[in-house]
Design a protein around this ligand. Structure first.
Ligand code: GLN
Length: 439
């Protein structure tokens, strides 16, 4: 059977193909000369599966799509505080090349506009690197996100540098506020080289998938940047990635995203996929016209809006029933799915509202596939309080989905592999070799 996803992508491209509106970026002559008809789209899953249609292996310059990744490198290399001291996280509502800084501090408003991105470039790598070493750190880092060694397009780099008056003006302003501490021209040269890194839509989808996968490249398995950095980067992409169209984007598409003036556009759907599109004609905000249409379509066709609320929390308690009878009866709370705060709250409520009359109580985690840390602590606290109320508490957890099951402070939990081991039959409980640990 042919996969349905490439066919869907082909159909989506066919729908947007006739739209010839928009213009290529005119302020970088080399970009104005690019083929405007190119069109491609790629989905890369967090498992590393890649689906594409159209021009997915054509190289073009990454431009502003480098910004979230360089910001990630700066946060990783310098730590949050030094970077936040120099670049804010507030949406500017202005164009990407606006010459604007925060009034009192001179900080750029966010790392997605040029002022913030030029500053973030200056913060990549450890302190004291030469400009060339810093560029190498950035290209090396972008390559790790993509999973292959990337190179720059010298012609585009030179072409942009010849017309970089605005970025130079911004850099001089940053220097006057001591946000930049080096020669402004040198930093702009490094930033421009960063923007001239050549990528394909396939590369960009993999880079986005690395963000969607908590910083781990799905193919190479490399942890490129730590999880907390990814959270910061995705948050900033969500609020600032589309410049002065960020609000429209957040409401209509709802995927953390970043565009570039060469026509690339990426989106990262946490835990699911990285998406990239390529189509060079831009709208007045500098975002790819057909790329934006494709993302609008993907979001609504595939339910990808991040604020589209899944109906998961209620279903965490799959069953609440009693096995056996009399003093041997066992109350079983059978849980399922992925349990976060809301799911754990549902379990707490179940335990509080219908205080079980049975002495034995089991929480059956056999059908649970993940428990986050707050849910883990809440379930253990339920176990602790049940113990204090006189219950014998069991966790049915054959795959140790709940690590370190110690409820602490007077709590006691017996971990078993199957629910029958929580029953008082001497054959199953006392002699069973499967009974594992008692805390
Ligand atoms: N290199 C471009 C610039 O600094 C990047 C802008 C963009 O892609 N939006 O103007």
């Amino acid at each position: 059977m042919r996969s349905v996803i490439p066919d869907y992508l082909v159909e989506a491209l066919r729908d947007v193909e006739p739209d010839g509106s928009g213009e290529q970026a005119g302020y970088i002559p080399e970009l104005a000369a690019a083929d405007p008809e190119r069109l491609g789209a790629v989905f890369a899953t967090v498992q590393g599966e890649v689906y594409g249609a159209g021009d997915i292996d054509t190289e073009f310059t990454i431009q502003s799509i480098s910004k979230p990744f360089t910001y990630a490198l700066a946060l990783t290399d310098r730590g949050f505080d030094p970077v936040l001291a120099k670049v804010g996280v507030e949406p500017s509502g202005e164009a990407f090349n606006q010459i604007s800084l925060e009034g009192d501090t001179g900080r750029p408003l966010n790392p997605m506009i040029n002022a913030g991105a030029i500053t973030a470039h200056s913060l990549a790598g450890p302190e004291g690197l030469s400009p060339a070493e810093r560029v190498e750190r950035v290209i090396h880092g972008l390559s790790a996100f993509a999973g292959r060694r990337l190179r720059t397009d010298e012609a585009v780099c030179v072409s942009e540098m010849e017309h970089a008056h605005r970025n130079l003006a911004i850099a001089h302003m940053l220097r006057s506020h001591d946000v930049l501490t080096e020669d402004p021209r040198t930093v702009v040269e490094g930033y421009t080289r960063q923007c001239s890194v050549l990528v394909t839509a396939r590369d960009l989808a993999m880079m986005a998938a690395t963000l969607a996968n908590r910083g781990v490249n799905p193919l190479s398995g490399e942890q490129v940047v730590p999880g907390p950095v990814v959270r910061q980067v995705l948050s900033v992409m969500f609020t600032c990635g589309m410049y002065d169209a960020a609000g429209d984007w957040a409401t209509q598409v709802g995927i953390p995203a970043k565009s570039g003036v060469a026509g690339g556009l990426i989106g990262a759907l946490p835990g699911q996929i990285g998406i990239a599109t390529f189509s060079p004609r831009l709208d007045p905000h500098g975002n790819s016209v057909r790329g934006v249409s494709l993302f609008e379509r993907f979001s609504s066709d595939m339910g990808m809006h991040l604020m589209g609320v899944p109906a998961a929390a209620r279903a965490v308690v799959r069953a609440n029933h009693v096995l056996g009878s009399g003093p041997d009866a066992l109350r079983v709370l059978q849980l399922q799915g992925g349990i976060g705060f809301a799911g754990a709250e549902r379990v707490v409520r179940e335990a509080v509202n219908s205080a079980p009359p049975e002495v034995r109580v089991a929480m059956d985690l056999t059908m649970v596939y993940s428990i986050d840390d707050v849910a883990r602590r809440m379930l253990l606290e339920v176990a602790r309080r049940l113990t204090l109320d006189g219950h014998d508490v069991y966790l049915v957890d054959p795959e140790s989905i709940l690590p370190d099951p110690d409820p602490g402070d007077g709590g006691r939990v017996t971990v078993v592999d199957i629910v029958e081991q929580a029953m008082p039959s001497p054959h199953t409980v006392e002699t069973s070799p499967l009974k594992r640990n008692v805390l």
